[in-house]
Design a protein. Structure first.
Length: 265
């Protein structure tokens, strides 16, 4: 997507370190980076078009918040100018079309699981609902002490449907995930680290430095090593030990062959 197309969707993409680092910024600070269907579709397109050189993706929010969740003005039909897609349009669809549209929205989140790169959410301020789920879509989360994670969907009579339930359970366990979704309570930085939602919690003015430190460490190993390792770890919890050992062997054979051929180590 062009920079202008991204800007119209409330996004910005910056490529640094010779294309190894992609920083995706939610850029609607006046709306606390509230999300829209247009933004979700643009995120999916951005992920599909990401250069092959990218090894780390950092996702962050401009202004005072990471993301305050869904733009509530788009929740009901008639909440936006003509031609602007709104979540309220779902009410007019049959079940199959509604599910297919939600699948399109989910694609704006699930691309962050791609083994080609490691995704890092730099989270500050509000991370509510869709904002929480977008942070969960990333492999790693570094947060500020005063961050506020909250899964607000239950307050609206809805369930989290943007790919957030699986990574939430994987991060904090079933019981804690159920409690967070059912009560919609707020989790701040220190608790987020304690329960497994975040790697690290830092003062707000230290977030950039903490993310830069993590990015530098992630870029240390050879790209193929990180890709193979991420793919192994992503499915490990759902596999039998014998199957996981087989996949480890196959991955290691590929690494030995690459080393033997003089490839990156």
């Amino acid at each position: 997507m062009s920079p202008d197309d991204l800007a119209r969707a409330g996004l910005r993409l910056d490529l640094d370190l010779d294309g190894a680092l992609a920083t995706v910024t939610l850029d609607r600070p006046e709306k606390r980076n509230a999300q829209t269907p247009t933004m979700w579709r643009a995120l999916a397109a951005l992920g599909a078009d990401l250069p092959g050189s990218v090894r780390v993706v950092v996702l962050r929010g401009a202004g005072a918040s990471f993301s305050a969740g869904l733009d509530r003005s788009l929740l009901l039909p008639g909440g936006a100018p003509d031609g602007v897609e709104v979540v309220g349009d779902l009410f007019a669809l049959d079940d199959a079309a509604m599910a297919a549209t939600i699948a399109d929205y989910q694609a704006g989140f699930t691309w962050l699981h791609d083994p080609r790169f490691v995704s890092v959410a730099a989270v500050h301020g509000h991370a509510i609902g869709a904002g929480f789920q977008l942070a969960l879509a990333c492999d790693l989360r570094v947060v500020t002490d005063d961050v506020g994670f909250s899964m607000k969907e239950s307050v609206l009579g809805l369930v989290p449907d943007l790919g957030g339930t699986k990574p939430l359970v994987e991060a904090v366990g079933y019981a804690r995930a159920l409690e967070l979704c059912a009560t919609a309570r707020t989790v701040q930085g220190p608790e987020a680290v304690a329960i497994g939602l975040a790697l690290r919690s830092v003062p707000a003015d230290a977030l950039d430095a903490a993310v830069q430190e993590l990015v530098a460490a992630l870029l240390g190993p050879a790209p193929e090593v990180v890709t193979e390792t991420k793919a192994l770890l992503q499915g490990a919890a759902g596999r039998e030990l014998a199957e996981q050992c087989r996949l480890e062997r196959e991955a290691q054979v590929r690494r030995f062959r690459a080393l033997g051929a003089g490839g990156p180590g």
